[in-house]
Structure formats: structure tokens, C-alpha cells
Design a protein around this ligand. Structure first.
Ligand code: NGQ
Ligand code: ZN
Length: 455
């Protein structure tokens, strides 16, 4: 397939008259700037690489909005978590799949073309494994296949309720696996999808609360035998209480604890590295790991603000995730990534990099960090990478008259109307004129799933 764009964001910068050749494998075979349009289909507007969404708990999409009611006591992350546990306690595999498919349609329409699923809802509501221990994992991967989004699935190792190997809470029984069972699950999924360029399997030790040092060591050793390059994600330092509890238990803060014991490198993605000292910020940047920032969820849950400027100054890499899905929009994540910095420093235009453009900087940081964290050839319109293209609507009022990085500034900071027109993932058109081609059918199954959850 041959496509032609008058303007496209390539790794070397904005280019004019770009010709894309896409192979039967769904990867870009050739990308040429200042090229001719003969024999190629002309795209309707400027082209961006699709955005990776590096952190998702898909099932939480169906509870977005349900935890926004004040309780008699003070609300916090921890009371939200009770609501979330109550919600997930009733979900069955078919509902998990239907919710994920609906979420992925929304992601694709918003311009996300790949997702990292931090998947811990493994067992039935009583905590018993399904006949196939990968039952729910497969439902989520199937939802990705049905909708066309690329997926990195990160089955979660969850063993304990708190630091120091504390017993898990009964509400966490659906999450629990030992290392052997989790590695078997990872191996089964990886072998099923070995030839599938749209699927990658990694692992996610849930947090330092949920695994001990010995368990984390053993997990990484087991993983090395399966796939030494597989992504490793974990929640690290989201809440002040979590940091204080970690200090009370170990004498160290979570990032400090992790970096002093494990060889954290570019395979790792630390989700919510929210609470870090200057030294932790610098040391984390030096590892080459990605900081997975989820600005709208972190705001929604009252987490705090990650020191993004200091981290980037130290050479750090970051990407964005929509996590609890209170928002499904790369624009909103990027905007709030910057706005949180502005609000906390009372200044402006903080996360710029090579040039003055904030929209251009934010979009590029998140492409690079997201692609690295998901461990797939994405985030770049270059030969060998997946053909994941987002075509913006040139008629969107907020974008009128804007070109190149000014277009990205307007995309991120000038509106609330989604200007994504067409989306291709792995060489397949999935969204045309703003609509995913399975939108209606997927919505219908989602509606049924919600109905079946009514008390
Ligand atoms: C989760 N979510 O696993 O869904 C977590 C909350 C926890 C976020 N951190 C549970 N946003 O960390 O214990
Ligand atoms: Zn999370």
C-alpha cells in the first residue's frame, strides 16, 4: 500500500510531500520526503505517529465516574481503591473483554495506537483460577485484536497486601499468583503471539507492596529464561503514605530501595514515580528506564506531581498512560503533564526540549518513552516500524492555519474537540472520519456488559 501526505512528523522533523510504502506485514517499508504522489492514496491531513498509551487497567474504564461522590469520611486514593475493589469483584471474563474493547475503540478514536495493559484481574470472583489461567488475559488481548490496537500485555505478579510480605486482603484474591503460575501464563501468551507483530508480552510486579525482594528477583530470573528483553513495569511511588510505609519498613524510599537492589535499565517502566527526591530523580534518569506518568489519573486520585522538568534535565525518559481512564485522550494527558508543572512552579512552558514548541516537545517525549516502555517498534514513522498513523482533521477549527510544531501546540493546548480524523494501525485503517469501523457493534456489547452488572 502506498500513501501520500503533504505534511508528516518523521523522526528527523516535519517533512513535506511524504510518501509511505507499507508492507503486507503492516510495517513501514519505505518513507520518503519531498516525494511524488503517483499511485499513492492522498491522506486528508497532516500525519503524526500514533501515540502509545503505556499504562492501562482496562476494566477501570467502566467505573470511571462512579467514585466521584463524597463519603462521610475523608476521601483518598485508599477509599477510591475500596470502591474499585468492590467494582471489580463482580466482573466476569465476558464483561472484562467487552469493557476493554469499548475502551480500545475510544483510545483509537483519540489517537492512541498501542496500549500497555497492566493486567491483574486473573481469577474468578472467589479467587479461583479459571480452567485456563490465562482466561482474562486472553479476553483483553482478543479485545485488542478485535479493535486493532497494538498491545503489550503485562501480566501482574501480586502476592501481598503491603510492604514486608504482609498477607493480602480478601479483596485482592483475584490478583494472586505465585511466580511459577505467572511465568507459565506469560510463556503461554508469548508462545501464542510469537509471530504476531501486534502483541508483546512482558511482566508487571504490581508494586513494592505486592512482591518481596526475593520474589522480584526470582520473577526476573524466570523471565530472563523466556525473553530477556521483555518489558518490566511496576507501580513505584504514587502516594505519600506508600513512601512513608516503605521508609518505616526498610529505611528507604521506594525508588531508592529499588535502585539500590536491582539493575533497573531501559527495559523497565516505573509507573507513578510521583514522589522522588532530587537524588532519586537523577538516579532514575540515569538508568534509562521510562517514568510512566498518568497525569489525569494522578490528579483524579490526589497523588501529587512528578518533577518532570528535573527528570528531563537529567536525561530522563517519560511516557503517558491513561491508567484508570477517567480520560481517554493523549491531548489531555500531555496538557496536564505540563499544567501540573505550571501550577506547582507558577511559571510557564516548562517541558520544552530541542526547540520552543511545547506541544511538539510533549508529543515527542511521549512517543519515544511510550515506544520504549511497550517494547515494540512503534512511535516513529520510519522503515521497519509499525505503520501506526494518525491523520489530523485539517478543518478542525482549533488547528486552522497552524502548521508543523505550531499545529502540535494547538493540538495540545487549544481545544476540547478531538481533531483526530483517520487512524491506521499496523497498516490497517481502523478509524475513518473520526469513527472506528466497529464502533457500533463494540458499543452494543459494552452496553450489554454494563446492563449485566446492574445490581
Ligand atoms: C491499581 N491503580 O492497581 O489499579 C492501582 C491502585 C494499588 C493506580 N495506582 C491499586 N492508579 O496501587 O494498590
Ligand atoms: Zn496502575
Amino acid at each position: 500500500m502506498k500513501l501520500f501526505a503533504e505534511s508528516a512528523l518523521l523522526p528527523e522533523g516535519w517533512c513535506r510531500d511524504v510518501r509511505f510504502e507499507i508492507g503486507a506485514d503492516g510495517a513501514l517499508a519505505a518513507v520518503a520526503a519531498e516525494a511524488g504522489a503517483e499511485g499513492a492514496t492522498r491522506l486528508a491531513g497532516p500525519v503524526l505517529p500514533g501515540m502509545p498509551n503505556l499504562h492501562s487497567h482496562a476494566f477501570q474504564r467502566a467505573m470511571a465516574g462512579l467514585a466521584e461522590r463524597a463519603a462521610p469520611q475523608d476521601d483518598s486514593f485508599w477509599t477510591w481503591r475500596e470502591v474499585m475493589y468492590g467494582f471489580l469483584g463482580r466482573l466476569e471474563p465476558a464483561q472484562i473483554g467487552a469493557i476493554a474493547a469499548q475502551l480500545y475503540v475510544e483510545m483509537l478514536e483519540a489517537g492512541y495506537t498501542a496500549v500497555g495493559e497492566f493486567h491483574y484481574l486473573h481469577h474468578d470472583p472467589h479467587g479461583r483460577p479459571y480452567d485456563d489461567p490465562a482466561e482474562t488475559s486472553r479476553r483483553v488481548v482478543a479485545a485488542a485484536a478485535r479493535t486493532g490496537i497494538g498491545i503489550t500485555q503485562l501480566p501482574v505478579l501480586y502476592r501481598h497486601g503491603d510492604f514486608g510480605g504482609a498477607a493480602p486482603d480478601p479483596a485482592q484474591r483475584r490478583f494472586l499468583n505465585d511466580r511459577e503460575r505467572l511465568l507459565r501464563l506469560v510463556e503461554a501468551l508469548a508462545s501464542d503471539h510469537r509471530e504476531d507483530p501486534q502483541v508483546r508480552i512482558g511482566v508487571a510486579p504490581h508494586s513494592l507492596r505486592a512482591v518481596t525482594e526475593a520474589e522480584l528477583t526470582a520473577l526476573l530470573e524466570g523471565l530472563a529464561g523466556l525473553d530477556g528483553a521483555a518489558p518490566v513495569h511496576l507501580h513505584i511511588a504514587e502516594q505519600q503514605k506508600e513512601v512513608q510505609d516503605c521508609i518505616a519498613w526498610s529505611g528507604q524510599r521506594p525508588v531508592e530501595w529499588l535502585l539500590s537492589r536491582f539493575e533497573v535499565d531501559a527495559r523497565w517502566c516505573l509507573i507513578h514515580a510521583t514522589h522522588v527526591t532530587e537524588e532519586e530523580t537523577r538516579r532514575l534518569a540515569e538508568t534509562g528506564a521510562v517514568a510512566g506518568i498518568c497525569p489525569t489519573t494522578e490528579a483524579n486520585l490526589g497523588d501529587g506531581i512528578f518533577p518532570a522538568r528535573a527528570f528531563l534535565d537529567a536525561g530522563g525518559r517519560l511516557g503517558i498512560g491513561s491508567d484508570s481512564h477517567v480520560s481517554v485522550s493523549p491531548v489531555e494527558e500531555l496538557r496536564w503533564l505540563e499544567y501540573a508543572q505550571r501550577l506547582s512552579t507558577r511559571s510557564r512552558n516548562l517541558l520544552a526540549r530541542d526547540g520552543p514548541s511545547l506541544g511538539g516537545s510533549l508529543y515527542r517525549w511521549a512517543l519515544e518513552g511510550g515506544a520504549q516502555a511497550l517494547g515494540r517498534p512503534i512511535g516513529r514513522l520510519a522503515p521497519g516500524c509499525r505503520a501506526d498513523l494518525v491523520v489530523l482533521d485539517p478543518e478542525a477549527p482549533a488547528l486552522l492555519g497552524k502548521e508543523e510544531d505550531r499545529l502540535l501546540d494547538a493540538l495540545v493546548f487549544a481545544g476540547n474537540v478531538n481533531p483526530v480524523r483517520d487512524v491506521m494501525v499496523g497498516g490497517r485503517w481502523l478509524v475513518e472520519q473520526g469513527r472506528h469501523r466497529e464502533r457500533d457493534a463494540v458499543l452494543e456489547s459494552y452496553r450489554k456488559a454494563l446492563k449485566s452488572l446492574e445490581p
